[in-house]
Design a protein around this ligand. Structure first.
Ligand code: PEP
Ligand code: MG
Length: 591
């Protein structure tokens, strides 16, 4: 039966494919595709884990049988019997084998996927006693996962789907066709997203997340349709269901009829044609009709993205989110050499164009590690995040600064600092940069000059522009956080997503004042938040005086098209009126 689920539109386009569920169980496991030659190893890892647990339970049974009824009530023996039975259950075993051999899921993913499927069957049972056995199943799977921990295969086994070569590869789903897959999850950490970035999913759906949550940002950077904040989607969609993601409308259609499929197939092809048309603008300079030059830069997450940025026609990197190098590493942070190599790769990859490397911004919805998520802090977005985190760990910060300064010997590097608000933080940051230079100098290690920039992400920073411009060469407006902190709306929380408003007069005022002040002082200013890539806002930002936009590479050509159609001199008085309106969105729509 066809039904639709509404969420938030975060990454445009239409995706049609079969659902791959990433189990939302309490068990936090890695999800990745294995290489075909590892199928047997993965199956035997599960078998060994299961056998270990069976042995444990048998030993327990023995000791229980040697106890009296007082120490070991009969129910305990019965429960152990149930656990043994569940462990040997054919549906569990054959299901896990199927996910590993036919879908190339890693062992843990296969186990939790099958757990989810059987759990749903338990949920539907009439008999209350049987329904409660779901908890037993979860317990034994958890035990098997724990037993498997010792035999974890390297995460590096992650294999891009396109490269999978196995007799099973073409047996996916229909047994004949290589059907696109759509990932459905309760939540995906930025680290998870990064892993999936290498697997060719056609689209993403998550139950939670806001428009500028990092899951949404990574989906946009991959230029694939995504819907977040779809509430109970991961419970309503079943493994292998046909799913349409309408990333423009924020709608997910499950089990579509053939008429709906045909309609969306058409929409999908229209989108592809439009992209093809935009390609013609690749080499056209971004200049308005009245001759104003505009700089279009790329936001990247990994050094390899530099190639994507160049291919999209970016004239540099306006934001390299370095924190993605630090995530999902079980607390083992990259050392100076590893970071240096990564930054150098991005710098060299841009062939002389500027690369803006932002110092690490972890915390809030970008934990270093899911398992290390610190729930003790109730307001992580207001906590030890970004520069606060860096200043709290000077050795880590100095390591990163040295790596960036060294990479600057290989091209144009701009060093960008996130989340600054206080004069004392600025002073400490600058002192650390000086210290990092002195350390390299002392050791005789080569490094290059860098332009220094600060992100304007906290209202306090936007209201202290003179202070910032005294110390920095350029400013970059992080509108994602600026909106979050101005309006007190958690950017990752779908329940307040309707209040997350880039066009709130207070937000526009802070953005406008920052642009005006920088322009007046002849300092570079750009917007690197999601507003920069929103074609609905291009004209407004141009009218406010912005001449440098940094966005996901996939958005560059569409924004360029808007710029080519704009007359900046006429936009300026219009933007001033919008800025002063009680309801800027209405004022924009009315003109
Ligand atoms: C922003 O806040 O707008 C920004 C670009 O930084 P991030 O999204 O990484 O917090
Ligand atoms: Mg930010």
């Amino acid at each position: 039966m066809t039904f639709s689920i509404h969420g938030l539109a975060v990454s445009r386009g239409v995706a049609i494919g079969r659902a791959v569920l990433v189990a939302s169980s309490r068990m936090d496991v890695a999800h990745y595709f294995i290489a075909a030659q590892d199928i047997e190893t993965e199956i035997s890892r599960v078998r060994t884990g299961r056998d270990t647990v069976i042995d444990e339970i048998r030993r327990l049974q023995e000791s229980v049988s040697n106890m009296g009824p007082k120490e070991a009530p009969q129910e305990l023996a019965a429960l152990l019997d149930v656990h043994l039975m569940l462990l040997q259950d054919e549906e569990l075993i054959s299901g896990v084998k199927h996910w590993i051999s036919d879908r190339l899921y890693n062992a843990e993913w296969a186990l939790t996927t099958q757990l989810e499927i059987i759990s749903r069957q338990f949920d539907e049972m009439e008999d209350a006693y049987l329904r409660e056995r779901k908890a037993d199943l979860e317990q034994i799977v958890e035990r098997v996962l724990r037993a498997m921990k010792g035999t974890a295969s390297p995460i590096a086994a992650l294999t891009p789907r396109a490269e999978r070569k196995s007799p099973q590869q073409d047996l996916l789903l229909d047994d004949t066709v290589d059907v696109p897959l759509v990932l459905v999850a309760h939540d995906l950490s930025p680290a998870d997203m990064l892993q999936f970035k290498q697997s060719l999913f056609a689209g993403f759906i998550t139950d939670v997340g806001g428009k500028t949550s990092h899951t949404a940002i990574v989906a946009r950077s991959m230029d694939i349709p995504a819907v977040v904040g779809a509430r109970t989607c991961s419970q309503l969609v079943r493994q292998d269901d046909w799913v349409i993601i309408d990333g423009d409308a924020g709608v997910v259609i499950v089990d579509p009829s053939s008429i709906i499929l045909a309609e969306y197939g058409f929409k999908q092809r229209q989108g592809e044609l439009e992209r093809g048309r935009l390609q013609r603008l690749l080499h056209t300079p971004a200049v308005t009709m009245d001759g104003e030059k505009v700089q279009l830069l790329a936001n990247i997450e990994m050094p390899e993205d530099a190639a994507v940025a160049l291919k999209a026609g970016a004239l540099g990197v306006g934001l390299f989110r370095s924190e993605f190098l630090f995530m999902g590493r079980q607390g083992r942070l990259p050392d100076e050499e590893e970071q240096f190599q990564a930054y150098k790769k991005a710098v060299e990859g841009m062939h002389g164009l500027p690369v803006t490397i932002r110092t690490v911004d972890v915390g809030a919805d970008k934990p270093l590690d899911e398992t290390l998520r610190d729930d003790a802090h109730l307001n992580p977005a207001l906590g030890l995040r970004a520069i606060r985190w860096s200043l709290a760990d000077p050795a880590m910060f100095l390591t990163q600064l040295r790596a960036i300064l060294r990479a600057a010997a290989f091209g144009q590097v701009r060093l960008l600092v996130p989340m600054l608000a206080h004069a004392s933080e600025i002073r400490q940051t600058l002192a650390h940069i000086e210290q990092a230079r002195a350390m390299l100098d002392h050791k005789g290690v080569a490094f290059g000059p860098v332009k220094l920039g600060a992100m304007i992400e906290i209202p306090a920073a936007a209201l202290s522009l003179k202070l910032f411009l005294k110390h920095f060469d350029f400013l970059s407006i992080g509108t994602n956080d600026l909106i979050q902190y101005t309006l007190a709306i958690d950017r990752a929380d779908e329940s307040v997503a309707h209040l997350y408003d880039p066009l709130h007069p207070a937000v526009l005022r802070l953005v406008a004042d920052t642009i005006t002040e920088c322009n007046a002082q002849g300092k570079d200013v750009s917007v690197c938040g999601e507003m920069a890539g929103d074609i609905g806002l291009t004209k407004l930002l141009l009218g406010l005086g912005l001449r440098s936009f940094s966005m996901h590479p996939a958005q560059i050509l569409a924004v360029k098209q808007e710029i080519l159609r704009s007359d900046a001199s006429r936009l300026q008085p219009w933007a001033t009126r919008v800025l002063e309106a009680e309801d800027p969105a209405l004022a924009m729509a009315a003109t």
